[in-house]
Design a protein around this ligand. Sequence first.
Ligand SMILES: [Zn+2]
Length: 283
Amino acid sequence: MRYQPCILCNGDTFFIISSRNRANENIPIVVCKNCSLVQVNPRQDEQYYENYYRKEYQQIQNADKENLLKKSLTHALRRASFLEEEIDLSNKTILDVGCSCGEFLKLVSSYAKRAVGIEPDKTFAEYGRNHYELDIFSGSLKKYINTCGTERFDIVTLFTVIEHVHSPLSFLRHARKVLKENGLLILEFPEIFGLLKSIKDKRKLSSMFSRHHLQYFSKNTINRILKLAGFDLIKVIRPKSKYLLAIAHSKDIKNECDKSRDSLLLLLSMVLSWKIKDAVLAI
Ligand SMILES: [Zn+2]
């Protein structure tokens, strides 16, 4: 594992808010003192996480495939009905990055102009192609851009993806490359304040930190990273207590420096007030 500067602002000073994750692994979760983004640091390199997802994570997912499919369908229904209310999809092209087996794509493909998926896991991608007759590319977003070239979409969706990505700024800049000018980016992600409020056993802060998640955005920090990547945040809603759904427009990049941040005091006071036995605060 390696220490690295903040993935959002390049800052190099942090508060440690938990020394362990939910799986009781010795993985520090920190808050950047400059921009207040909560992130895993130190962390493994990108290759490690790619291998991890290829092997271990997919084994976990495949072990209970029936339950996974049921859950995916529930999420897909919620997301599709939300999109239908917010956006006229009838003449739109949609790219769903990290589409899993393609349940969301299947639902929107009946009324969108074109629906395409990208899924790193070969088994899931194959399932979507065979069972739902979907156009799903098997691989990463970067590989898709290198392989499939220049097609631009009206809408790019990232449902519970950004928290898993090793370098989210670079990832969002790639997402911008596959989006038309003034296209829409839609992200759903677990949100730090929603997660903090949801903890049942207040002595166990570590219970909210999944071993699969590398960063925990809020409305402010997602706004900041979106601006850096070439997007303007239009709307944020809370579809579930622990999640936020953000809609952003692609825009011209003008090297703007946005200083959106959360109140460090609020964040740390939420942590401190619980007398958490496994949190180490290095103030
Ligand atoms: Zn930072």
